[in-house]
Design a protein around this ligand. Structure first.
Ligand SMILES: Nc1ncnc2c1ncn2[C@@H]1O[C@H](COP(=O)(O)OP(=O)(O)OP(=O)(O)O)[C@@H](O)[C@H]1O
Length: 465
């Protein structure tokens, strides 16, 4: 029995162990919150072991699972479990993980008993990292960001999220929404760069019948759709002047007026905006309204680029490996990435791969890293992921190029196909049967980049997507 085996293994190392056969037994016979570490199987009689993660957010929980349930374990990690270990586990690996978890600092100023008491009283609503925010990272700079998100989320203040492409701006917006009192209402993300300039005002604010040619019906806008919830305006720097004016009016009055309407309607919407652009410079150049800028930046969250988050690239990489493996490894066949047979295998990053990850400048930030890992897992035969599989070119400068290169099927990089040719061919081959989101995912680029590239290469968006 795994429990007995585990107890012997850990006891031999001098750890003090208490055992329980179910979540209920753990809670009735012991105080799980008073331990330094809880090791739990997912499948237990009664409640799943993962329930402990939600109940004791201050306590590290190592979740064990067989491959059949590994996906739920990964979901649990997002909730806050410290680590998961697939079964059957290797003794050395178990000891290494236990040691690593215990070596991590506890939430500031809390020992296990205090953490437990605080949890019980509901006072400890967070853990040290950002996992309850759905974000990974423990570098000092990213921890400051997490702290800021936790502070600002409960208020209704407008938030401006700034950071390079792929740094997690949308994730911050989602975290703010999920930790606000609006969490049960709509989160409406809008990519201002992806909506044609002539349509953006009516898309955002709605329009009346006959407001413009083709407006055969009155139509509510996205701001109204977010009533009670949160509106996320991504790439706010791309908003044309007329829409900027309307947005400013909305922020001043809390009312939306459809294009072509005389009456306005009051709504309750929290705004989170994001951009990779330097809005201040745009204000100086006269392309962004200064009054709108000052309204937006009531609270600013600046996401540092990945290269400035010491150690986070490796932590993120490990979690992406776990996630890619949990999703079933998808092998590239037919020349198209991501199409093929799913198979289960176990992957780890080799020490050399981890070093390469630490040394890489990550111009495309977390998205680039995510794509590099997914590609490596697709190409890997199982077992150890080597630096070669990550395909990290030295001196890489364009995030776009690296993401695209990472998405190329095996062998295509060596062929004469340029990235643009590859893009064009991939889009034309797949746009009839894939959505825009799927095309973007398979190319390893964001929907916005897909849209921009379509514009640049004269490949208008496929309407069905
Ligand atoms: N701290 C993090 N932990 C886990 N995943 C992350 C983190 N930051 C970013 N990601 C992942 O990286 C990818 C890019 O993040 P996101 O789309 O939020 O970036 P962005 O800054 O909004 O990008 P863009 O400016 O291009 O729209 C997403 O898949 C996201 O889940």
């Amino acid at each position: 029995m795994i429990r007995t085996e585990l107890r012997r293994l850990l006891a031999r190392q001098g750890y003090q162990i208490a055992e329980a056969g179910s979540v209920r037994e753990a809670e009735s016979d012991h105080d799980p919150g008073a331990f330094d570490l809880v090791i739990a199987d997912v499948r237990l009689p009664g409640a799943p072991g993962t329930d402990l993660v939600a109940r004791y957010p201050g306590i590290p929980v190592l979740v064990m699972t067989s491959y059949a349930t590994v996906r739920s374990a990964v979901d649990t990690m997002k909730l806050g479990a410290t680590e998961y270990l697939p079964k059957p586990f290797d003794h050395d690996e178990m000891l290494r993980i236990v040691e690593a978890i215990l070596a991590r600092p506890r939430p500031a100023g809390l020992d296990a008993a205090q953490a437990s008491a605080a949890t019980r009283s509901g006072a400890l609503a967070r853990e040290e990292g950002g996992r309850e925010l759905g974000m990974i990272g423990s570098s000092p700079v990213i921890r400051e960001v997490f702290e800021r998100i936790r502070k600002v989320a409960p208020s209704d203040a407008t938030v401006l999220v700034l950071g390079e492409s792929g740094t997690g701006k949308e994730l911050v917006a989602v975290a703010i929404h999920r930790h606000s009192r609006r969490r049960d209402r709509a989160f409406v993300p809008v990519n201002c760069a992806a909506i044609p300039e002539g349509l953006i005002e009516s898309e955002l604010f709605g329009h009346e019948r006959g407001a413009f040619t083709g407006a055969t019906h009155a139509h509510a806008g996205l701001v109204e759709a977010a009533d009670g919830g949160t509106l996320f305006l991504d790439e706010i720097g791309e908003l044309p002047a007329s829409a900027q004016a309307r947005l400013l009016r909305f922020l001043q009055t809390g009312e939306v007026r459809h294009v072509g309407a005389t009456r306005a309607r009051r709504v309750s919407v929290r705004l989170v905006a994001a951009t990779h652009r330097d809005l201040q410079a745009m204000v100086r150049e006269g392309t962004f309204r200064s009054d709108l800028y000052f309204r937006l930046r009531v609270i600013e969250v600046r996401l540092p680029p990945l290269r400035e988050r010491a150690g986070d690239a490796v932590t993120l990489a490990r979690s992406f490996v776990a996630r890619a493996a949990a999703g079933g490894v998808v092998r590239a066949v037919d020349g198209a990435p991501g199409v093929g047979t799913a198979e289960e295998a176990r992957f780890v990053l080799s020490p050399e791969a981890e070093r390469a990850i630490m040394a890489h400048p990550w111009p495309g930030n977390v998205r680039e890293l995510e794509n590099a890992i997914e590609r490596a897992v697709v190409l890997c035969e199982g077992g150890s992921i080597t630096p070669e599989l990550l395909g990290l070119e030295e001196g890489e400068t364009s995030p776009d190029a690296s993401a695209m290169a990472a998405a190329l099927p095996a062998g295509a990089a060596e062929s004469s196909l340029s990235l643009e040719d590859y893009f064009r061919k991939f889009v034309l081959d797949h746009q009839e049967h894939l959505t825009e989101t799927e095309i973007a995912r398979r190319l390893g680029i964001s929907r916005k980049t897909l849209w921009e590239r379509r514009q640049r290469l004269g490949l208008p968006r496929h309407r069905g997507g």
